[in-house]
Design a binder for this molecule. Structure first.
Ligand SMILES: [Zn+2]
Length: 55
């Protein structure tokens, strides 16, 4: 399964569920160092998408 999250900055983050939280947290650390979200919060915002979305 893959998950997708649209960041408020406009970036659309898509990754397989195994990597998803780490991928989102890497984006936050790189682009939004003042923001930190827990795994539960990130998963609450995520939407399941088809695996073909993962580049
Ligand atoms: Zn962002």
């Amino acid at each position: 399964m893959a998950l997708q999250l649209s960041c408020p900055c406009g970036t659309r983050i898509t990754a397989y569920d195994d990597d998803f939280v780490a991928t989102v947290q890497a984006h936050l650390a790189a682009e939004h160092p003042d923001r930190a979200y827990s795994e539960d919060e990130i998963l609450a915002f995520a939407m399941p998408v088809d695996d073909t979305w993962v580049g």
